[in-house]
Design a protein around this ligand. Structure first.
Ligand code: 3HC
Length: 302
């Protein structure tokens, strides 16, 4: 079971910045709402000092804090490999990457704090199971090739999801995402380069890469969240300009890009239905096991 409705307490957000712009400050709820709606319609950023509806603030705290937890939890499987990296160069790259993930967590905690969420409350929500982190980090990393696949596919999927968040309506989250995406692209490239090296190695190394791809491909597709029809938060998040592209559309964009990269790498994906559909202009792929997703989210992962 997953717990819905992450409700982290916090004070009231700012009552609007109209005074700062020389306009008389409004305090009437209807005027504040109208001001917020006008900013949304004009695609302007909402800043911490601006008035915002309580539900908008809570939605942002839920998403940003869960994103924060995912960055921090994501450090664990990779951190475990630092002492076992096969060369000094690989150790230095992995150290830098793991430190970056910690930094991403800090940018995101800071963004959530601008919404009056406290770090203690956010950590408490994680530890009591009210807040989630990305289900992907419950899958095991038994080989060095898995470290490369995390970079190539997990960070690749994360970038696909995070680029549109750079245009999120909440200023501090959008700005944090711009920095995070720059670092994520290094993470994705180092994973691809690591795997390219292994693919030029021995037969055993190539088999190790393929095994890691087989292990991670389906869980990676779940990273984009449930199908649009079952995504409880999507329509409101899209109306508020938090989410710019839907879960299913991002998943499709990712699959189309990954197929081309897999060809360069010389690996296959474990999906007999994966093929180009000229009519749709996209790749078809087989049904995703959403029972597995919810099981893993509910703490029953591998
Ligand atoms: N893992 C776990 N839970 C997930 C999930 C996933 N991959 N995808 C969705 N869910 C949860 C949602 O949190 C929500 O549960 P809640 O109500 O308890 O919060 C429920 O499933 C329903 O999903 P919705 O589609 O309705 O939820 P959203 O509108 O919030 O969309 C999302 C889900 C697309 C993941 C969105 O929250 C989002 O874009 N989040 C920011 C991106 C993020 O968190 N990235 C972390 C990447 S980790 C990383 O980068 C580390 C790497 O570099 C190693």
């Amino acid at each position: 079971m997953y717990t819905q409705g992450l409700d982290i307490p916090g004070g009231e957000p700012g009552a609007g910045n109209s005074a700062a712009k020389g306009k008389p400050q409004t305090t009437e709820p209807a005027e504040l709402q109208a001001d917020f709606d006008a900013k949304m319609a004009a695609d302007r950023k909402i800043e911490p000092q601006d008035w915002m509806p309580e539900a908008y603030r809570k939605t942002l705290i839920r998403q940003i804090s869960q994103h924060d937890h995912s960055e921090i939890v994501g450090m664990l499987p990779e951190g475990n490999w630092i002492s076992r990296a096969p060369s000094l160069k690989r150790k230095a790259i992995l150290l830098a990457k793991v430190q970056d993930e910690g930094g991403h967590g800090l940018y995101l905690s800071s963004a959530a704090e601008t919404l009056n969420a406290s770090r203690d409350d956010m950590i408490d929500a994680l530890q009591t199971g009210k807040a989630k982190y990305f289900s992907i980090f419950n899958y095991s990393t038994p080989t060095w090739a898995a470290v490369g696949v995390i970079g190539w596919l997990v960070d690749g999927a994360a970038i696909m999801n995070q680029i549109p968040l750079c245009r999120c309506s909440y200023g501090p989250y959008a700005r944090a995402m711009i920095r995070i995406c720059k670092e994520e692209s290094f993470h994705q490239r180092q994973g691809l380069e690591l795997l390219l090296n292994m693919m030029q190695g021995t037969e055993a190394q190539r088999a190790m890469v393929q095994e890691a791809v087989n292990r991670w491909w389906r869980p990676v597709l779940m990273m984009f969240g449930p199908p649009d029809a079952e995504s409880v938060h999507s329509s409101q998040a899209q109306a508020w300009g938090i989410k710019r592209i839907s879960n299913d559309d991002l998943r499709q964009k990712f699959i189309d890009a990954a197929v081309q990269q897999a060809e360069v790498l010389g690996v296959g994906f474990p999906d007999p239905d994966l093929k180009w559909n000229a009519e749709r202009g996209h790749h078809d792929f087989c049904a995703i096991d959403w029972d597995e997703f919810w099981n893993v989210v509910g703490g029953n992962g591998p």
